[in-house]
Design a protein around this ligand. Sequence first.
Ligand code: NAD
Ligand code: 0WE
Length: 256
Amino acid sequence: MSSDLAGRNAVVFGVANKRSIAWSIAQGLHNAGAKLAITYQNERLEQEAKDLILSLPGAEAFMCDVSNDAEIDRLFATLKERYGKLHVLVHSVAFAPADELKNDFVNTTREGFRVAHDVSVYSLIAVARAAAPLMEDGGSVITMTYYGAEKVVPHYNVMGVAKAALECTVRYLAQDLGKRKIRVNAISAGPIKTLAARGISGLSDMLKSHAERAPLQRNVDVNEVGATGVFLASDASSGITGEVIYVDCGYNIMGF
Ligand code: NAD
Ligand code: 0WE
C-alpha cells in the first residue's frame, strides 16, 4: 500500500507526554511500519517521555535540546551509526518564554523574540541540515504550525511571528532540498489541549468558539494530525512539498 512505511526510518522531535502532537504522529508512523527514533528535550521530561517511547516496540529514545548545536550533532552521529539511512523527520517543537504570551505584543523583548525564533524556527533548519546527508533515498521533513502565523490570535504574540517565519522556512528548505528528493511541509493544526496549550488563559473559550465557527463544527482530534503526518511521510504525498496543510476542521477558510 502507498502509505506503507515498512523499511523506513523516522526521527521525531517533540514528545513531552501522551498528549503531544509528536506522540500522535509517532504512533501513526509506527503503525504504518516505520522504525522510530524519538527525542525528548531534557532530563526534566526524561522519565515520562522514555516510559512512553519505549512502550512502542522497536522505538529508541534520545535526549536532544534543539537550541544546542552540539546536541544536534551528537544525535545525528548516533542516528547514522544506529540506522544508517533516514527517511522521515518530524519537527514538533516550539517555545517562547511564558511572559511573551501574557504581555501585550508591543512589549515583546529582544531576548523573548530571539528565544522563540531560535527554538521554534532556526531549529528546523538545523535538524534538516543534519538529517539531509542521511536521507540518501530522499525523504520527508514535517513541522507543526498554527493559524496565528497568518491572522492575529490574541496572546499568541511572538509565536505568531515565529510561525510565519517557520512557514517561510518550509518553502526555502523545500526549494533547497528538492534537488536531493527531500520534501518539506508543515501541518497547521487547530487548537488542541496539549502541554504547550494548557496554561494558556482562555483556551477553553477558544476551543469552544473554534468548534462553533469551523465548517465541521468541532475541534480537531490529535490523531487526525497524526494521520496527516503519516500521509506527508509516505509516498502518497510524493508530489507535495513546501506546503502548509490545514488540519483544523476547516476553520481557516471562513471569512465570517
Ligand atoms: P507539547 O508541549 O507536547 O510539544 C512541544 C514540544 O517542544 C515539547 O515536547 C517540548 O519538550 C519541545 N521543546 C521545547 N523547547 C525545546 C528545545 N529547546 N529542544 C527540544 N525540544 C523542545 O505541545 P504540542 O501542542 O504537541 O506542540 C507541538 C507543536 O505543535 C509545536 O510546534 C506547536 O507550536 C504546534 N502546534 C500546537 C497546537 C496546539 O494547539 N496544541 C496547534 C498548532 C500547532
Ligand atoms: O504553538 C502553540 C503553543 C506554543 C507555546 C506554548 C507555550 C506555553 C508554555 C510556546 N511557548 C510556550 N511557553 C511556555 O512557557 N500553540 C499553537 C498552542 C497555543 O498557544 C497559544 C494559543 C494556542 C492555540 C497562546 C495564546 C493563544 C492561543
